[in-house]
Design a protein around this ligand. Structure first.
Ligand code: V47
Ligand code: SF4
Length: 388
């Protein structure tokens, strides 16, 4: 099937007519949603829920592709990045986490400043635009410890963007330094923090959050940290951890809270749905959702989050093939080269145990999906367009 924009352009039809042709038995609520999306109108909480409950994959693909093409044309973004995970020692015990360890527990690691510098030096003379730093919440490391880490990166490689520390790590390191959130975030910005990744959001519904990560900073605090960061000129990303014990209404509730904050600040760069992976953690009995569900989830996210410019499929978690497929379901970004630098997903059972992709492979994956690859920086400025 040819989806969305291209189908109705080729046939000189409006999208609502296209929807009627493609889905003759369509539920009237869904037809209304199609009309709203086509007319650039925001859909409601109940309509989002209806999409999850009643819409089939083809229908979701048509609408999501419409929004995707409206925002980003055929461009699909990626960047040249690597991850640094300073430690997997963590005071918390999130049930879905396969990677946390306690101090001295087998399998734990604590990298030093020299380790970071060594890793950074591997990129001397090589193109790189971003370092992504996230890890466990180490009981002994505070804001000043991590501030020095940021300074070290900037002194060796002033040209790269530092996207670092989830709101959960920030909450702890700022409190440990005895500071207020605003003051702490401002100081981290002075140390070199350029943006904040989307982790730690998990699922905002308080009941579900209690069941999967009861000790972690609560939803209000996650949103407050991102709000203050945006006010200070630090943009950020947003995630959802889906496919465990949450229901569709929890996913829509989560996205509604993000949409509301984005209306206020406009500080989110991208939304990244993270698929729950079940190996080696305490939530395994929840199982994993199907690929079909992944694609439906990407599409509903694209349709619902009308004020987010980008939707990212994080390929180390779902694999290259599903990431490629997701480009027909609202996704316009597949993250970056990664360079075998993250353990969060390989330890949770993702198929790729050494995730890395060259820019040539990223470009090939995107071109095969008939999209136009674009190397971007962290803030989605276009650095190189690979015309097809
Ligand atoms: O918050 C942990 C998730 C997140 C599992 O901002 C799991 O560009 C699935 O947020 N199955 C951290 N997910 C990673 C993260 C991220 C990743 C890539 C890009 C960006 C970005 C952010 O990883 C955690 C949690 O939601 N996670 N364990 C698991 N078993
Ligand atoms: Fe710690 Fe993060 Fe794992 Fe939770 S998900 S236990 S905060 S490392």
């Amino acid at each position: 099937m040819i989806f969305g924009q291209r189908f109705y352009e080729m046939n000189n039809m409006s999208l609502p007519d296209t929807v009627q042709v493609l889905f003759p038995d369509i539920n009237s609520g869904l037809a209304k949603i199609a009309e709203k999306v086509y007319n650039d109108q925001r859909i409601t909480y109940d309509e989002g829920l209806l999409l999850f409950e009643k819409a089939d994959l083809g229908f979701l693909g048509v609408l999501a592709d419409h929004v995707r093409v409206k925002n980003n044309g055929n461009y699909t973004f990626f960047n040249r990045n690597f991850h640094f995970e300073p430690t997997n020692i963590c005071i918390y015990n999130c049930k879905f986490c396969s990677y946390k360890r306690k101090i001295n527990e087998p399998g734990s690691w604590e990298y030093s400043y020299d380790d970071l510098l060594g890793r950074l030096k591997e990129y001397d003379g090589k193109p790189l635009t971003e370092i992504h730093i996230v890890g466990g919440v180490h009981p002994k490391r505070d804001l000043h410890y991590y501030g020095k880490m940021l300074q070290l990166v900037k002194s060796h490689r002033p040209d790269i963007h530092i996207k670092a520390f989830t709101a959960i790590e920030l909450d702890f390191m700022i409190r440990k330094a005895g500071m207020e959130l605003r003051e702490g975030l401002k100081l981290l910005k002075d140390y070199g923090l350029d943006s904040i990744p989307g982790g730690g959001a998990e699922i905002f519904n308080e009941e579900i959050r209690k069941q999967v990560c009861f000790e972690k900073s609560d939803s209000e605090l996650w949103l407050e940290i991102h709000r203050i960061a945006h006010e200070l000129g630090i943009p950020s990303n947003a995630t959802i951890l889906y496919g465990h014990i949450e229901g569709y209404s929890d996913r829509i509730d989560h996205m509604s809270r993000l949409r509301e904050l984005q209306d206020l600040t406009g500080g989110f760069n991208v939304f990244i749905p993270l698929k729950y992976k079940k190996e080696n953690n305490l939530l395994s009995e929840a199982g994993e959702v199907s690929v079909l569900e992944d694609l439906r989830n990407f599409a509903v996210s694209r349709i619902f989050l009308d004020n987010f410019d980008h939707i990212k499929a994080y390929w180390p978690m779902i694999g290259k093939e599903i990431a490629q497929l997701s480009l027909a379901f609202g996704v316009d970004d597949i993250d970056g080269t990664i360079d075998d630098s993250t353990k969060i997903y390989s330890m949770a059972g993702s198929e790729d145990k050494s995730p890395k992709l060259s820019t040539e492979e990223l470009v090939r994956i995107i071109k095969e999906a008939k999209r136009v690859p674009v190397e971007r920086d962290t803030l989605y400025n276009k650095l190189h367009v690979y015309e097809v």
